[in-house]
Ligand binder design. Structure first.
Ligand code: ZN
Ligand code: ZN
Length: 267
């Protein structure tokens, strides 16, 4: 049976500094779920736990603390829609995850991207700019995450292909192409065995027919490794919510996903 589009586990509200959309409220997000027949959605604002370390001044994560994003609670509910409370944390250049082990209990679901490499100086050193170095870090950072003792059954790994890996798109694809199949089978096999989710958050329409196979290779190998997938719009505003269903359909079709490939962290 074809993968059913019935959830979105990666959605930001205005509590994420990068949303810049005061209309991106929890009520607007619930309305999006109702309109599109989604049965489970999860709010995932950006967060860095001060139990790991604190940031000050204009640092993005000085603003994105756990008490800050908990202002969204309680979440509104509607018949037929379960609205969960999660977050999107990060991994810094010292390979620290931005959530203390005991803080995971405060969330239904935690997204951890290892590839926020657009955050120069924080996620990677500024000099780590070459294609080779970014490819090396892609693998090193995933291995570091999977070496940790974390509740992987409620963790989603985001942006395994994404413009945040490198820009422009030609450079992103060069990084992805620099990692051989064997290395992907090894690390994606680790994701499958850990039981973490593999996020589906690509805008297929942004790539040319020549570029798409380089993106699709990652999902094909992940699927062969037995990884389980979840949909994440990563919507930060209303326009992104409006486009989410089309984006989801294109991925499910291109990657040939089945219901048996679905990650089910929330029952
Ligand atoms: Zn992200
Ligand atoms: Zn996000």
């Amino acid at each position: 049976m074809k993968f059913v589009i019935d959830h979105d586990f990666h959605i930001h509200s205005f509590l994420s500094l990068c949303s810049k959309d005061e209309n991106q409220t929890k009520e607007a997000i619930l309305a999006y779920a109702k309109k599109n027949g989604l049965k489970k959605i999860c709010l995932t604002d950006h967060v860095w736990d001060t139990n790991v370390c604190s940031f000050t001044g204009t640092h993005f994560y000085a603003y994105q603390t756990i008490p800050h994003i908990r202002q969204a609670l309680p979440l509104p509910q509607a018949e037929g829609v379960e609205f969960y409370f999660g977050c999107e944390t990060d991994m810094d250049k010292f390979l620290r995850v931005g959530m203390a082990r005991e803080s995971f209990d405060q969330f239904d679901f935690v997204i951890i991207p290892t590839t926020h490499m657009h955050m120069g100086g924080f996620v990677i050193e500024w000099e780590d700019d070459s294609v080779e170095r970014r490819a090396e870090l892609y693998i090193k950072r995933l291995d570091a995450l999977l070496d940790m003792d974390l509740p992987f059954e409620k963790i989603g790994i985001a942006h395994l292909t994404c413009s945040c890996i490198a820009a422009p798109v030609e450079k992103q694809l060069a990084v992805l192409q620099a990692i051989p199949d064997a290395e992907l089978y090894r690390v994606f096999g680790r994701i499958a065995r850990a039981g973490a989710g593999f996020e589906l958050n690509e805008e297929i329409a942004d790539y040319t027919a020549e570029q798409l196979p380089h993106i699709a290779r990652y999902y094909r190998i992940a699927k062969e490794c037995g990884c389980k997938f979840y949909l994440g719009s990563d919507a930060h505003n209303g326009r992104a919510l409006d486009g989410a269903m089309k984006k989801f359909e294109r991925m499910v079709d291109l990657f040939g996903l089945e219901e048996s490939d679905k990650f089910r962290p929330l029952g």
